[in-house]
Design a protein around this ligand. Sequence first.
Ligand SMILES: Nc1ncnc2c1ncn2[C@@H]1O[C@H](COP(=O)(O)OP(=O)(O)OP(=O)(O)O)[C@@H](O)[C@H]1O
Ligand SMILES: Nc1ccn([C@@H]2O[C@H](COP(=O)(O)O)[C@@H](O)[C@H]2O)c(=O)n1
Ligand SMILES: [Mg+2]
Length: 209
Amino acid sequence: MGTVVDAVKQEANGTLPNGKKVQVVFVLGGPGSGKGTQCANIVEHFGFSHLSAGDLLRAEIKSGSENGEMIQNMIKEGKIVPSEVTIKLLQQAMMDIDNEKFLIDGFPRNEENRAAFEKVTGIIPEFVLFFDCSEEEMERRIMNRNQGREDDNIDTIRKRFKVFVESSVPVVEYYESRGKVRKIDAGKPVEEVFEAVKTVFSSIHAKVA
Ligand SMILES: Nc1ncnc2c1ncn2[C@@H]1O[C@H](COP(=O)(O)OP(=O)(O)OP(=O)(O)O)[C@@H](O)[C@H]1O
Ligand SMILES: Nc1ccn([C@@H]2O[C@H](COP(=O)(O)O)[C@@H](O)[C@H]2O)c(=O)n1
Ligand SMILES: [Mg+2]
């Protein structure tokens, strides 16, 4: 007989158009809550591949794609790019990367993202890692980030916070009501946050060497 963990994993499986089976963990949290930072740690310790929806969209702008200008304008305004564009990029990345375990960071950002991803891919996340952090701390982190991001300015940050509260928090609540959310206090130093993250992953995923 399978364990509860086996049952969670089975329910969470999804299959890509090329027949590849994948396991997905969504990583959500406000702008600057530390999603990218912690995903890098999870990759190292638990053998996942990290897909940041924001990074994929920024790469799409750089590639000279026909959607580039539209994406750039949306990002400057802190708005959410139409789901079909982002889902295509995520799906392609999961097919291209030689791994079956994916952290999808910054997606789904709204109800449209969530429902469209489920409909198109059939993938249900194994769980949702949610980084809970105050706006004050997130703003401080973003203003000190210095990565040259066009949306890391105070006007766009305020817009991103508004979108997070109005559109992304309801997605977290949706998964919460299904018992899928693992909430982390992300206001602490990086190492302490990762200790909490490790506890969540260790209960489900074996550590890599
Ligand atoms: N726990 C932490 N304490 C202090 N600084 C942190 C912490 N975690 C991340 N940072 C720093 O805060 C900034 C934002 O972190 P990160 O890029 O990981 O956030 P994010 O959630 O991916 O943001 P975004 O949604 O804007 O992509 C970075 O400069 C990072 O080094
Ligand atoms: N599902 C998503 C994710 C991101 N965006 C856009 O990219 C911006 C930056 O995202 P980060 O996760 O890197 O902070 C975000 O503000 C959106 O404009 C999106 O449209 N859909
Ligand atoms: Mg990020």
